[in-house]
Design a protein around this ligand. Structure first.
Ligand code: ATP
Length: 446
């Protein structure tokens, strides 16, 4: 196995990067594994980030190599043993995948994802992989990129040793993203999105070969989606892609996620979301504008993207990507809201009439409408969202009581009519408001 000895001991470096509690846990894991004759490795993003000198995330991926114990896969048996030693942890076991997760909230949030070393095979493109227990070498080979296929051994006889079977260290030094084999993106198109995300986040370049492989895979999936009817998307183009999109669209800076989308568009990979999706200048403008309004990064940004599609395609993609119910509703309401608002705003409306019209739609739907409809519609809806819907009536229920009105459904009507008159500029200030109410709603006789 291609073990690489670094000048620095990685255990020391790891110790410095981890909290004392995380260090203690890894020592405990290593000792439990050693006493059972297993090897444990830190793998994935934590190794990559450690070597890059980036702060480590709070979840660490561990791979356990060894034979089952009393029929239990080693990752599960190890997680259970650790949980017994520390019952404050929250244990979740995924028997089918031979993995387990342990999570702590105290003293600082931390999660360990323990996986039994495994190889994966894909029964068809973009399928969920079939897994079988295996060696660390094959476990590393199933990964997405060389920089994510590095491991640090935590157990004897080589604790602290870096295992680099695919040139990941060199690619880290050269700031390069490279897949492990040419079939990688056909196997799993979410890797195109992951590659672009890492490229934008770390400032790394995707190799020219991989860019071409990504283009070919995108083209393959464009055709596949054209042929496949609604609802027959494989998971790599459905829920798993949805999860990758969430990671990408919530990347920290606007520059990063917009650059990532742009790169995906250049590679033709937006077709994996829906083959009809076009990276138009209008969509790019809408996404930049979306930053300025209160649309949440997730799933708001994806709603803006899907809204570009025709109504049926929009619903089909949203469902396949497992968007939350609320988002499905926003996208469903959008067509009706747009038709109603665009039609009505063709004729002249007072602000109070506009408020009555807009009140029927959720703010998220109205945000989508403003983004998509520049000109008068945007101005009206924007005024509603930022001013009219935020303006309170100049009098309160208490004021009405003091004016001699009886509490009841009429209160609401009075306040609504008063607010409308205020928005239309017919009433200004408290004194005018009181005379307006008295003249339009004669107070009951004492
Ligand atoms: P991040 O900092 O964005 O979380 P990460 O590399 O830790 O980066 P995870 O999604 O937590 O990302 O995945 C952990 C590891 O699992 C990856 O480093 C990679 O080795 C492997 N992996 C994740 N997704 C895939 C995939 N689709 N195909 C192959 N390997 C994957």
């Amino acid at each position: 196995m291609g073990r690489v000895t670094l000048k620095q001991n990685l255990l020391l470096q790891l110790g410095q990067a981890l909290s004392p509690s995380a260090q203690g846990l890894l020592r405990q894991v290593a000792s439990l594994a050693e006493s059972r004759g297993w090897q444990v490795y830190l793998v994935g993003g934590a190794v990559r980030d450690l070597l890059l000198g980036i702060d480590l995330k709070q979840d660490l991926d561990l791979t356990v190599e060894g034979p089952p114990l009393e029929g239990l896969p080693p990752a599960i048996a190890l997680a259970q043993a650790l949980h017994q030693q520390d019952p404050t942890s929250r244990l979740q076991v995924y028997r089918e995948f031979q993995t387990a997760t342990l999570a702590w909230h105290q003293p600082t949030p931390l999660a360990l994802d323990l996986t039994t070393a495994r190889r994966e095979s894909y029964p068809y493109p973009a399928a969920n992989p079939q897994v079988e227990p295996s060696t660390l070498a094959l476990d590393l080979y199933r990964r997405d990129f060389t920089i994510n296929a590095l491991a640090i051994c935590l157990t004897s006889p080589h604790p602290g040793e870096l295992i680099d079977l695919h040139g990941g260290l060199e690619d880290l030094h050269n700031h390069v993203i490279r897949a492990l084999h040419p079939g990688s993106f056909i196997e799993d198109p979410t890797r195109i999105y992951r590659g672009v995300r890492f490229s934008c986040r770390l400032g790394f370049a995707i190799t020219v070969t991989d860019q071409s492989l990504m283009r070919q895979a995108s083209q393959f999936y464009r055709q596949l989606l054209h042929r496949a009817g609604p609802g027959s998307r494989p998971p790599g183009l459905g829920s798993r892609l949805g999860m990758e999109l969430e990671c990408l669209l919530t990347m920290t800076t606007n520059r990063q996620w917009l650059a990532a989308l742009n790169q995906l568009a250049q590679l033709g990979a937006l077709a994996c979301i829906h083959p009809d999706l076009i990276w138009s200048t209008s969509l790019q403008r809408q996404l930049r504008l979306a930053n300025r309004c209160a649309l949440p990064p997730w799933p708001g940004r994806l709603e803006v993207i899907l809204a570009q599609l025709a109504t049926t395609a929009r619903a089909e993609a949203a469902l396949a990507l497992h968007l939350p119910q609320e988002s499905l509703r926003h996208l469903e309401d959008l067509a009706a809201a747009e038709a109603q608002l665009v039609n009505h705003l063709g004729s002249w409306l007072t602000p109070s009439q506009a408020v009555v019209l807009f009140k029927g739609w959720s703010r998220s739907v109205l945000h989508l409408v403003t983004l998509r409809n520049p000109g008068p519609v945007r101005r009206w809806v924007w005024n509603y969202l930022t001013i009219w819907s935020q303006t309170p009536p100049p009098l309160t229920g208490q004021d009405l009581l003091e004016l001699g009105y009886q509490p009841g459904p009429q209160f609401r009507e009075i306040l609504e009519v008063l607010l409308g008159a205020t928005l239309d500029g017919e009433v200004q200030g408290r004194t005018e408001a009181i005379s307006f109410v008295r003249s339009h709603f004669p107070p009951p006789k004492p």
